[in-house]
Design a protein around this ligand. Structure first.
Ligand code: NAG
Ligand code: NAG
Ligand code: NAG
Ligand code: NAG
Ligand code: NAG
Ligand code: NAG
Length: 464
């Protein structure tokens, strides 16, 4: 008996001695959104203790009451421009922070927009005056007595001139002035420096290193030496580049949080499930070790990007933006990952209570006598569903042209909850119960989501 208790204690100590925390980001630009309570259940079952919302929708925030999950609320870039007067800030913060906090939601941060100075992927998002906006929010939060809610904005790695010499990193010339002002603000208000990183992109397009350098299992045999520091993977190198830049600016002790890090599974070279699993496995082992980097030994706080795919995310920055999810949009995990930092070789918990629609698919009937009409319907379908997997290098990029038509038809049909008329396509569509998925290319069946549970669409379903 005593021995058992001893073992339990040791296990408890072993699992709780890791100081780093692993949070996750959660966005809602999906055609079928998971029911918020399912999301909370998924996070609790996986023991994920922190979440950064990409949204400020009150319905989802309030579900986190009494969960002890630390939440960071997002004021979207678009909204930063609308909420530019004190009384507007008071009203917004009241609704999005004060009310949910009073109901027991543990709100630890407010992200005022994201990547305001990025010019790589987010170059056409609305720009905003980050210093003015963040100062206004801080002022109002202080007056509301919410001093513990940290105000920050996340920065992309492209605000730095990252190179193979981390110690020489500085800010991009055109943003240097404003970044120094923000650093001063973060320091004054006790906020960390939040950086979002996409290591695969940086290794491939910025550092021009072998892709292997992105992974932690060190198969590239590439080492980059900078003074006394040696780097065998990109994450440590990028992290130390940030350390150097803010140290060079005079803030050697400022805390750094990785606000987003991840590996998409489609729509970008090397973006696939196998690589994503490998990347996260190495990353989480590294985080669990708490060894830190050459310039910053110790624990690192990260948010994995992202909980689930967002098939309605703007695709002007690249198809991969829709495929960041560790889970599919329907709550099924794509690969093995151990959020508890114990390196177990297991799939994470999947969302409970997911109900799939019947196993039936809409296909192109193969009639190519009027190709123009087929193309017209294909384009129409792709306007409704996400066709990015069909692009070259995508998971369905290898399909024959006819199968590509089917993929689009099916997506459109599923998106419309399998309503029979949605598989018409001028007579070119046909419904089948045989799963047409091939290899890595999945022809998905839609799941019933929040709205369906709320009966809004039950009527349509019954009509089928
Ligand atoms: C709530 O979470 C914090 C860490 O964020 C932890 O220290 C605390 O023990 C948790 N409280 C409960 C009641 O689980
Ligand atoms: C980056 O910027 C810093 C500060 O402006 C400068 O000292 C450094 O030489 C630059 N590094 C590269 C690789 O351009
Ligand atoms: C940062 O803030 C601390 C107080 O928290 C202050 O002592 C320090 O001088 C500040 N650093 C700079 C470079 O302003
Ligand atoms: C890295 O080194 C190992 C052991 O020396 C070798 O087997 C492997 O082929 C090397 N990998 C590359 C990519 O050169
Ligand atoms: C990574 O590979 C390099 C070159 O083969 C080697 O010198 C280094 O010790 C390895 N690092 C780790 C952490 O295994
Ligand atoms: C590098 O290591 C040497 C010897 O251990 C030490 O004297 C020096 O201060 C170190 N340099 C840096 C930049 O840490």
């Amino acid at each position: 008996m005593r021995l058992t208790i001893g073992i339990i204690l040791v296990v408890l100590l072993m699992t709780s001695c890791v100081n780093s925390y692993v949070g996750i980001t959660y966005g809602r630009q999906q055609s079928q959104q998971l029911v918020p309570s399912m999301v909370v259940d998924m996070l609790l079952q996986n023991k994920i203790s922190a979440v950064r919302f990409m949204t400020s929708a009150s319905d989802i925030i309030q579900i986190f009451a009494a969960t002890n999950i630390s939440t960071t609320i997002r004021l979207t870039n678009r909204m930063t421009n609308n909420i530019n007067k004190k009384h507007l800030a008071v009203a917004w913060l009241n609704e999005k922070i004060k009310v949910p906090a009073n109901k027991g939601v543990k709100i630890v941060g407010l992200a005022v927009g994201a990547e305001p100075f990025s010019n790589t992927f987010l170059n056409d998002i609305p720009k905003f005056d980050a210093v003015a906006s963040i100062s206004l929010m801080r002022e109002v939060l202080d007056e509301m007595d919410f001093r513990h809610v940290i105000t920050t904005t996340a920065h992309g790695v492209d605000v730095f001139n990252v190179s193979k010499v981390p110690s020489e990193t500085g800010f991009r010339d055109d943003v240097k002035g404003v970044m120094l002002k923000l650093l001063e603000f973060y320091n004054k208000t006790g906020a960390p420096f939040v950086v979002n990183m996409f290591p695969l992109h940086i290794v491939r397009d910025v550092l021009n290193c072998p892709i292997e350098f992105t992974f932690f299992d060190n198969m590239s045999n590439l080492t980059i030496t900078d003074g006394n520091a040696t780097y065998t993977n990109a994450v440590e190198l990028i992290y130390d580049s940030v350390v150097s830049a803010i140290t060079n600016a005079g803030y050697s002790t400022m805390k750094i949080v990785i606000g987003e890090i991840g590996w998409p599974t489609d729509g970008y070279p090397y973006a696939n499930i196998k690589n994503a699993e490998r990347f996260y496995k190495g990353l989480l082992k590294f985080i669990a070790s708490e060894k830190g980097t050459p310039l910053r030994p110790g624990s690192i706080d990260i948010y994995l990007h992202s909980l689930s795919d967002e098939n309605k995310f703007g695709r002007m920055y690249g198809a991969f933006q829709r495929h960041w999810g560790i889970y599919e949009a329907d709550g099924n995990p794509k690969y093995k990952i151990d959020f508890t930092l114990q390196d177990r070789d297991e799939y994470p918990y999947k969302a409970k209570g997911i109900v799939s629609m019947p196993r039936r698919w809409c296909m192109f009937n193969g009639d190519t006598s009027n190709l123009e009409l087929v193309r017209k319907n294909f384009n129409f379908a792709c306007g409704i569903t996400d066709c990015t997997p069909l692009e070259e290098g995508g998971s369905c990029g290898g399909l024959s042209e006819e199968s590509k038509f089917s993929y689009a038809f099916n997506g459109c049909y599923q998106r419309q909850r399998q309503v029979k008329q949605a598989c018409d396509f001028d007579g070119l569509g046909i419904i089948t119960t045989e799963n047409p998925s091939q290899d890595k290319c999945e022809f998905a069946v839609e799941v019933l989501a929040l709205e369906d549970h709320l009966t809004a669409n039950t009527e349509i379903l019954l009509k089928v």
